[in-house]
Design a protein around this ligand. Sequence first.
Ligand SMILES: [Zn+2]
Length: 484
Amino acid sequence: MRLLGIKTSRNGGPTVIEQVEQYVAAHREEYLARLMEFLRIPSVSTDPEGVRDTHRAAEWVRDLLGAAGLEAELVETPKHPVVIADSGPPAGDGPTLLLYGHYDVQPAGELDLWSSPPFEPEVRDGRIYARGSADDKGQLLTHLLALEAWRKVGADLPVRVKCLIEGEEEIGSVNLEPVVREHRQRLACDYIALSDTAKLDDDTPAITYGTKGLVYKEIRVYGPSADLHSGSFGGSVSNPGNVLADIVASLKDGDQRVTIPGFYDAVRSISPAEREQMAALPFDERAYLKSLGSPSLVGEAGFSVQQRRWCRPTLDVNGLFGGYMGAGAATIIPAWAGAKVSMRIVPDQDPKSISQAFDEAVRRAAGSDVRVEIDTLAAAGAYMCPIDSPGAQAAARAIEAGFGKAPVFVREGGTLPILPMFKEILGADSLMMGFALPNCNLHSPDEFLVLEDFHAGIRTAVHLPRMLAELQTEPKSAVGDTAR
Ligand SMILES: [Zn+2]
């Protein structure tokens, strides 16, 4: 990918973008100090004791954005506030960018497992260690500091920039959707950018353009009203344990395909261009197998490991329980047995239809000799951003400018329910620009962010609004494919 030429100003001095770049290059020390200040606030959203700290973190973000020239305010929710900010209407009519991030963090967990205290950030070997360094304070701060840098050199942002920074990401974004619905006009935008994902590896930045959805079920099979003696009563009633095993076994066939009728009907196929692009990514199957410690790799017939992980829906038992689970033998026919089963779904599977089809298949497999209860514990859609959109291409160019290397486009097997929510309410696609390492210990002890990646992230964020302004007016590039 070619970088856009940086024009010199008329008088031969540095252009605006060069001035912003020089500004951020000159403030590395200060940026590190500011990151440490942000990380010292223990904004653990799940901790009822931490309400004052989460509020303090929200105010810290609001004040930074306010000082950077945006109109910024706290929107209170039943739990933790959301920061909404807006740089205001631009002179021209370019696109509007919405930056999303979260200021809350996971709990520290066991303190003994940390090499340095989780809320006393420490730099070791070019990495900053602290809870929230990667997820998400360090990554979020890159964007906020970039906005500030534009302001500091006295330049107008090349596009209108809005911010939506929440404090409940680590507890399921419970109050975010009502806030987005209520403020949909204020948050109206063309693209959403977030940095809360990872690079492909140490040297390769990545844009994540797709996530899987999740339908999570709990099945309970009930037989006799109490556990029965398996000798006295065996052979005369249906055994819920056996029936549960039959149900689970019936959900997949020998080719590891899900047998639920209609399950694959809406699955978007992998386009030839996406196939090619995925095959070109470095992936060592042997090293992968070794890292998992599994005897072999197994999955849906006809697809590569990466295709199965990123593009194909899956069904997995997450837990089986019921009957006698203690030591030794207890000869019973259990009164009941249960299973937790998750399905990771892909575009364009509908969580509701999949949920319903699952229930019907389970009831059919269970027959009429037992009673079955099925609970839906989660139902969220998949998300995919077309990678040939001007937004995705601008994000790629910004990363190339910031990291000195073009990013790869990757998908993700995990689920981010806010992305389909943004798409539905705001109609905008999300660009996931990850600056953390895949092994950055997020949610674990010794979470870290590589300092050079922090600074490269700031440079990227500086270029993003400019690339968006320039690419919006260019004809669509031939790079990538929407893979619809
Ligand atoms: Zn996060």
